[in-house]
Design a protein around this ligand. Structure first.
Ligand SMILES: Nc1ncnc2c1ncn2[C@@H]1O[C@H](COP(=O)(O)OP(=O)(O)OP(=O)(O)O)[C@@H](O)[C@H]1O
Length: 696
């Protein structure tokens, strides 16, 4: 006999059997799950009035208006869908509301009736972008630990953080996957993890860009159910969505529809069909209302956009309330009954939030979802009917006060981030070191390449270091070292760094850490690995090629090689920060060619035309090559051995004269490399900052 056990929200334990008695379904009561350990945050209503957004296209005079004086109001405790045909301006509106885009915008955005302060608003909100942007090399648990370490105040104890993680993972159905690598999660699980990470500090406003994209219908349902549960907990949940199924559509509380940058509908999803009908736009029977409004917006039933925009006053009206807004901070009730009704609805939201666990669990069962949902709504409706009017005035006033205090508190706080910059640096550093350890390409392939090439070079130039007849080959060896160290450290950074960008954009925007802490952490994190690989390579080639066995010469040789690899890594960072992988992989080697040509190996300094000599001063390869050449041949090195009748370069000074390095100073070479290193690292930071701003 098959037995199917469903951990459901129902308190009874019915046993269902088919007629033959072959299937037994046991519904066991679920654990009571609530997000009780999350920090308390105020409910937030967001309103925007006469919002216009313009971009400049091509020439300066060509201005395109994407949003045309739209208004709207998004309430706490509601799940809002922003819908519209492709190109209507949904993502643009979302980007403006989140504060992701700020330039080119006109109009007003208010938070709980007060003009939005972007800085404090960003602390109250989070933006979950379409493509999840997760680090694949972390387990769910590790990702959550990083989020709690960065997003919760440092004073929060380890045990409390663990409680928060446990609670969120359980509520979002991820606890059994806590050891799974993020890269191995399914699409729906990745989406839930993205939400879980942002839920850590319990932001009262959550924005989602197409949360259901790429998910199958069951995962879509789970995802929207989850968003609805979050909304029922008093949060303001706003998402853009492309034509949801009728089942999904019903789950949204509030619909905001755009067409050609204007609002064509704002109100409850349930009122949509009637409202369109009142404007002589009859939704055919059994037709999905979501599809119908999109078809109407696309002009499939004639040009109705103007009519709809006028009827809804471009978003100033709301079909539910029929009242214009934004409303004043203290609601302007017409009479006592209006006030009581409104407050009862407010309280009802709180009642519903107590049921969020039941709703969430119910969604796990694809068959039972709808009924459960209706059941909860029915329960809520009954609760409204019970009329607990008298104490509500006090409740509401308290809520108003709390909102203001909380918002003012956030605004008054000078801190942009929950933790100190040092803590951010430390957490990001530990996370980056963990990635590096797990990244096969970054670690083991790189180590293998250094050892393999080291032995290959050692075999090719075996024992030539002290042979007066092979000095030219030895110079070739010195130059090749520069080439190898430069390319390995540069390309790995060019390839890996741009892949980090989307995660950086998301986490930095959602106030996980400052760019400075992040940059410092990634700068520091790769230095030890690069240093170890470089030391291994240099030891192998130095010994196999029989370079002078003198400690101070080895130290100078190694220092030059280390600095070259650090500088090349910095070039990789600049290129990786400024451009994408394709452009970087092509441009960085091409841009290195002049530096290689002017390194002093192909043409000595005096032979270079005077007007081109300045390039040699910029060539870090020159300083590295000069450093290793001086470490090998300078400092009164005794004459080399000569096994032939005549060795022109038997005297090391002859080699230095030939290279125009007789007066060169290794101290200057090392100082120049250090200076170039610092300049490049600062430039990479500035490029990164510019890139973060320009992507917005
Ligand atoms: N920087 C820009 N320069 C020029 N046009 C832009 C720019 N950004 C957006 N647009 C245009 O604005 C319009 C709205 O874009 P948006 O991405 O907001 O649409 P959308 O409703 O989200 O579309 P979709 O559903 O296809 O993602 C589109 O016509 C788009 O081409």
């Amino acid at each position: 006999m098959n037995e199917l056990s469903i951990a459901g929200p129902v308190d009874t334990k019915p046993i269902l059997s088919d007629r033959k008695g072959s299937l037994k379904v046991t519904i066991t009561p679920a654990q009571h799950k609530t997000l009780t350990h999350l920090p308390k945050r105020p409910p937030v209503d967001l309103a925007f009035t006469d919002l216009t957004y313009r971009v400049q296209e091509g020439r300066k005079s060509n201005v395109k208006t994407i949003l045309k004086s739209v208004s709207g109001r998004l309430r706490s405790g509601e799940l809002t869908a922003i819908m519209g045909p492709s190109g209507a301006g949904k993502s643009t509106l979302l980007n403006i509301l989140t504060g992701y885009k700020t330039s080119g915008m006109e109009g007003s955005i208010t938070v709980n009736g007060m003009e939005r302060n972007l800085s404090s608003f960003r602390k109250l909100s989070c933006y979950i972008m379409q493509d999840n942007q997760l680090h694949g090399n972390l387990t769910v648990e590790e990702a959550m630990s990083v989020a709690t370490a960065l997003k919760l105040p440092t004073a929060t104890t380890w045990a409390d953080k663990q409680e928060v993680i446990q609670e969120i993972l359980e509520t979002l159905g991820l606890s059994e996957h806590h050891k799974t690598m993020t890269s191995n999660l399914s699409g729906g699980q990745k989406k839930r993890l993205s939400i879980a990470l942002e839920l850590v500090n319990n932001p009262p406003i959550m924005f989602f860009d197409e949360p259901t994209s790429g998910l199958d219908s069951s995962s879509c349902f789970q995802c929207i159910s989850l968003l609805k549960t979050l909304a029922r907990g008093g949060r303001t949940i706003i998402c853009t969505i492309h034509q949801p199924s009728a089942r999904l559509f019903e789950m949204f509380d509030h619909l905001y529809t755009l067409a050609d940058g204007q609002c064509v509908y704002q109100g409850s999803t349930g009122s949509l069909v009637d409202w369109l009908g009142s404007l002589s736009l009859q939704c055919p029977a059994y037709h999905n209302p979501a599809s119908f409004i999109i078809e109407v917006s696309c002009g499939e039933y004639g040009d109705n956009t103007g009519k709809l925009v006028r009827a809804i006053d471009n978003g100033k009206n709301d079909i539910r309330t029929g009242r214009p807004f934004p409303e004043s901070k203290v609601p302007n009730y017409n009479n006592k009954r209006d006030m009581e009704m409104s407050l009862a609805a407010e309280r009802n939201k709180n009642d519903l939030s107590q049921l969020q666990d039941k709703f969430a669990d119910g969604n796990k069962d694809a068959n039972g979802n709808g009924n459960l949902h209706n059941g909860i709504l029915q329960f809520a409706a009954n609760e409204i009917g019970k009329g607990k009017g008298e104490p509500l005035v006090v409740q509401m006033e308290e809520k108003q006060d709390n909102v203001e205090v909380a918002l003012l508190g956030e605004e008054a706080s000078p801190r942009r981030y929950a933790t100190s910059e040092f803590k951010q640096f430390w957490v990001v550093l530990k996370r980056t070191l963990l990635f590096s350890r797990r990244d096969w390409t970054l670690m083991y392939l790189r180590l293998f390449a250094h050892i393999l090439v080291g032995f290959l070079i050692g075999a090719l130039y075996y024992d030539i270091g002290d042979d007066g007849s092979k000095v030219l080959s030895n110079l070739g060896f010195l130059f090749f070292n520069m080439l190898f160290l430069m390319y390995t450290s540069m390309t790995i950074t060019i390839l890996s760094f741009p892949l980090e960008m989307p995660v950086l954009v998301k986490e930095h925007f959602n106030r996980w850490y400052s760019l400075r802490s992040y940059y410092l952490a990634i700068t520091v994190s790769d230095i030890p690995f690069q240093a170890i690989f470089c030391v291994i390579y240099v030891v192998i080639v130095y010994l196999l090629t029989s370079q002078p066995p003198v400690w101070f010469r080895f130290a100078m040789f190694l220092s030059s090689c280390l600095l070259i690899s650090f500088v090349a890594q910095s070039v990789g960072l600049v290129v990786g920060a400024a451009m994408n992988v394709q452009n970087g992989v092509f441009l960085a080697p091409v841009m290195s060619v002049p530096f290689l040509l002017f390194s002093g190996f192909f043409v000595s300094f005096n032979a270079i035309p005077k007007y081109l000599r300045w390039i040699t001063y910029l060539s870090y390869i020159r300083y590295g090559f000069e450093g290793t050449a001086l470490a090998t041949y300078s400092f009164d090195r005794p004459k080399l051995q000569c096994h032939q009748t005549y060795c022109h370069f038997k005297n090391p000074e002859t080699t230095l004269e030939e290279l125009d390095m007789i007066d060169a100073d290794i101290g200057l070479d090392i100082a120049a490399l250090c200076l170039i290193f610092v300049v490049l690292r600062v430039s990479a930071f500035l490029f990164l900052r510019w890139k973060l701003k320009s992507t917005r």
